[in-house]
Design a protein around this ligand. Structure first.
Ligand SMILES: CC(C)(COP(=O)(O)OP(=O)(O)OC[C@H]1O[C@@H](n2cnc3c(N)ncnc32)[C@H](O)[C@@H]1OP(=O)(O)O)[C@@H](O)C(=O)NCCC(=O)NCCS
Length: 134
């Protein structure tokens, strides 16, 4: 799913066997209590969606933690059936339960459908996202 669009194709390496970097990254995520990788499964147990929730402790706003939602994907043949909404609502609820005062995310400026999706779920275009890639 991470490789299954024009942006992901340029970033990911979808090969068999999967490159070691993905297994090493999975181990890092699994060991870090502030990171949660979540998948959605259909009734047959097939993975049809995923996201990562990061809990970021910080000093500002009186020491508020924030939730960062990353890598939201739903399998292309399962979109527009509410799976993405369930995943994101879960992440927002989990961030609240873990005492975060806000939840933020970045979405590529070309992903206009995704922006509509997040706005429907209550997210506002409040900041300009900036990145440096190494
Ligand atoms: C964005 C995405 C996670 C939403 O999941 P979903 O299960 O389709 O979402 P829901 O069924 O809860 O909501 C449907 C809404 O998602 C958005 N959506 C649907 N297909 C989409 C697609 N191919 N790409 C981006 N957004 C899409 C639309 O806003 C849609 O609303 P609409 O029916 O009014 O057009 C999913 O479509 C997806 O994986 N898209 C491609 C990758 C992506 O853009 N991820 C977000 C990166 S920040």
């Amino acid at each position: 799913m991470l490789a299954d669009d024009h942006l992901g194709r340029a970033r990911e390496r979808l090969e068999q066997p999967l490159p070691d970097c993905y297994f090493a990254a999975f181990d890092k995520v699994e060991r870090d209590g502030n990171l949660t990788l979540v998948v959605a499964e259909d009734k047959a147990g097939r993975v049809v969606g995923c996201l990562q929730l990061c809990i970021l402790p910080g000093l500002s706003s009186q020491g508020a933690s924030r939730g960062l939602i990353e890598d939201v994907r739903v399998a292309s043949n399962r979109r527009s059936r509410g799976i993405g909404e369930q995943l994101v609502q879960w992440a927002v609820g989990e961030a609240r339960a873990r005492d975060c005062k806000l939840v933020e995310l970045l979405t590529h400026h070309t992903r206009v459908d995704a922006q509509r999706f997040y706005e429907r779920l209550g997210f506002a275009k409040s900041h300009v996202g900036m990145t440096i890639r190494f």
